[in-house]
Design a protein around this ligand. Sequence first.
Ligand code: FES
Ligand code: FES
Length: 160
Amino acid sequence: MTDIAITLTVNGVVRQVEVPGRRLLSDCLRHDLGLTGTHVGCEHGVCGCCTVLLDGEPVRSCLTFAVTVDGHDITTVEGLAAPDGAMSPVQRAFAECHGLQCGFCTPGFLCTVTALLRDNPSPTGEEVLEGISGNLCRCTGYQNIVKSVHRAAEIMAEET
Ligand code: FES
Ligand code: FES
């Protein structure tokens, strides 16, 4: 089958790639564009590991065909840090509060939480739990992830 040419803006950089119509966005990012920060766990929409931001909104890249996002803006975990490499408030909070162990789920959490706090800069405990409910972590027991989200909100408030 003929590949299809698509253009994505990934982490602010315009990328052109030719993909089969059935190429998943997760595979396109990892294999075609070399952005292996996006992890793939379940590959069927359950774990949230593959979450990236599509025009700023979290989506599961394992459930998204790359051709359907032609012309759109994608942010992966590689794009969360500042241009000078400084970690974002969410990344710093996860590091500070030990919000990760093996780190496999972390790119998905970081993308999800980045969008969560952008939309709701001071979430309640319940809103945090609801906000991260689509992301699974097999290591941490979640307490430190929850702490990290609250700490990220604090850092963002301090810095604005
Ligand atoms: S790999 Fe996409 S939701 Fe699990
Ligand atoms: S830190 Fe290991 S799966 Fe979350």
